[in-house]
Design a protein around this ligand. Structure first.
Ligand SMILES: C[S@@+](CC[C@H](N)C(=O)[O-])C[C@H]1O[C@@H](n2cnc3c(N)ncnc32)[C@H](O)[C@@H]1O
Length: 407
């Protein structure tokens, strides 16, 4: 399935924040924002997505085994005890354990972080989970993990501080190592990676900088390697400003990878606060339409968690609870999405006639793609049914619903 076929390559879920350090964490500690607001979204996506992914693809995999690779794992937990990606994935593995084996490989270069990671992994193994902590560079361990993943579905999470994995390693080594006999079940291959906007701004700035910089050429070449060529230089120089450069380069990157590996993609902009500059994009690649649909659902749910995490702390002395206004705002958002979806559905019915939701995903979700999810589509159809604008009652699996003109 190509990116265009997936119909989702233009989907940019523009979600959150600003003032982030290289790792996407907020270095200025503003009062209203959790220090790890940008991490909240990526973790919420992982938590929302990996369980349905493994449940689905593991159904057709030998022994229900699904391989999970965290190539830049970090210590596993933050110092305050908050789970990092390894701790939360091990929780997912535990919740799947009765019917799937999530075989987890965590790679971490830094010795101190690795020590904490390996303690977490040892505890998980004592509890009967399949988990491995590997110390060293991701590049050094990648081939052996890919060999271990042969014959099983694979989900790779690649979350470095700065530049992402090289284009070559992603397209040829990871996707290239995977059996192309099919795209689902044991052949499923999915990657979620952090494409760092700060790195784009910093490295792009070197193109026009007049300052003496001995590392300039090496840094620009490293960016070429990550992007699969120097095309990004042109994009940067042609852009009106940094936000436009980040958007164009991220989109160009996602499209090039999609094309090279025959996958569809989602691009999720992650900020530390609403209306602020993007800290990084999460870019997701899947060769299967189901994965793209389920990821969209997970990203929508994760955004609710992110919006809640951005609430100012509730000190209990306010006249009204901030949570109350949060729920009200969420209701308003949802009402707006449903209204937009209803209008989209009427447009599709008028222009094309009867259709199945799964086949017109992008049209049905136009304007709210990546924000709304299945339940909002169902509500929209049910409301249209009630007022006689469709013959479909909105009951059943939403992707399979046949939306018909009124009889
Ligand atoms: C952004 S942090 C990971 C955070 C983690 N994914 C989470 O969500 O909790 C990036 C980590 O990658 C490690 N790292 C950087 N380069 C690496 C490499 N080439 N191979 C393996 N680990 C690397 C760093 O030491 C750091 O702990």
């Amino acid at each position: 399935m190509g990116a265009a076929e997936a119909g989702l390559d233009d989907a940019v879920l523009d979600l959150s924040g600003e003032s982030a350090g290289e790792d996407g964490t907020d270095t200025s500690s503003p009062f209203f924002v959790s220090r790890k607001a940008a991490a909240v979204l990526k973790h919420a996506i992982l938590r929302q997505y990996v369980v349905p992914f493994a449940s689905k693809v593991g159904k057709y995999a030998p022994n229900g085994r699904v391989v999970y690779l965290d190539g830049y794992a970090g210590p596993g937990r933050y110092e305050d005890g908050t789970p990092g990606s390894p701790a939360l994935i091990l929780d997912s593995a535990a919740s799947l354990a009765g019917f799937r084996q999530l075989d987890c490989y965590f790679i971490e270069r830094n010795r101190r972080s690795y020590r904490s990671l390996s303690a977490l992994v040892a505890e998980a193994r004592d509890n009967g989970l399949a988990a491995h902590a590997l110390q060293g560079r991701m590049e050094k361990h990648l081939d052996s993990v890919l060999a271990a993943a042969q014959g099983s579905p694979l989900f790779a999470f690649l979350d470095p501080f700065g530049l992402t994995i090289s284009f070559e390693a992603l397209t040829k080594q990871i996707f290239g190592a995977r059996d192309r006999q099919g795209t689902r079940g044991r052949y499923a291959t999915e990657v979620l990676l952090n494409f760092n906007a700060n790195a784009v701004r910093r490295i792009g700035g070197l193109l026009t900088s007049t300052k003496e910089n001995p590392g300039r050429e090496a840094t620009l070449s490293a960016m070429d390697a990550a992007c699969g060529g120097d095309w990004w230089r042109h994009e940067f120089l042609e852009s009106d400003d940094n936000p436009q450069a980040v958007a164009r380069i991220t989109k160009g990157y996602a499209q090039r990878v999609s094309k090279a590996v025959g996958a569809g993609c989602w691009t999720v902009a992650v900020r530390n606060r609403a209306h602020q500059q993007v800290a990084y994009h999460l870019v997701y690649f899947s060769r299967h339409r189901d994965g793209l649909w389920i990821f969209g659902e997970a990203a929508s749910l994760a955004q609710v968690e992110w919006r809640r995490a951005c609430l100012p702390p509730d000190h209990g002395d306010a006249l009204f609870s901030l949570d109350d206004t949060f729920e009200e705002e969420e209701q308003e958002r949802q009402a707006h999405w449903v209204k937009r979806i209803k209008s989209n559905i009427e447009d599709v019915l008028r222009e094309r006639g009867d259709f199945t939701v799964g086949q017109c995903h992008a049209e049905v979700m136009a304007g709210v793609l990546g924000e709304a999810r299945s339940r909002h589509v169902k509500t929209a159809i049910k409301e249209l049914y009630k007022i006689g604008k469709t013959g479909c009652d909105g009951v059943g699996n939403v992707r399979e619903l046949r939306v018909t003109r009124p009889r």
